[in-house]
Design a protein around this ligand. Sequence first.
Ligand code: ADP
Length: 193
Amino acid sequence: MRLVLLGPPGAGKGTQSARLVEKLGIPQLSTGDMLRAAVAAGTPIGLKAKAIMDAGQLVPDEIVIGIIDQRIDEPDCAKGFILDGFPRTVAQAEALRELLAKKGIGLDAVVELVVDENALVDRMRKRVEETLAAGKPVRADDNPESFRTRLDAYRKQTAPVSAYYAEKGELKKVDGMLPIDEVTAAIDKTLGH
Ligand code: ADP
């Protein structure tokens, strides 16, 4: 199963991806996680991406496209993968279609978690509180200012990605405002499980 999960920051893509990983036995490919790992390791990509990410903006398309292109070739992706946080621009969506076609594969499903924007800032604040309470480090971009920039980037650059897949008849929408288990059930149903 090759799956794309779409939705704004704080929509619950990470939570739902983790459940799908368990159920389907395929890896979650989060460009955000991969970029944070590159930042932590101080690789050339990490050095380039850090300031952009901290401000809540999108890193250049060619960087994330290159990362995903290579990652999909790893053996653990042979049975499929869940893309979380990619594609985030229409250019990335087009590049994804092309690079998959070159590998002789395609997507099985594109699922969007639809959430009320007003809830997102509250969710982000809660995530920060819980992270601090657990004694873990808070992400540099989990502050109200960067979060607003991330929402803005979502509205301007990523919302058109939903429209791109909808136009092709490939988009399935799930209500992300439901309780976590109900969102999981709705995704399962959408995927025909
Ligand atoms: P969230 O889903 O909470 O917005 P992510 O962990 O997916 O955050 O991404 C964090 C940051 O990493 C983004 O704000 C952006 O700077 C960068 N990033 C992740 N994925 C992409 C992508 N596909 N294209 C461009 N930038 C990305």
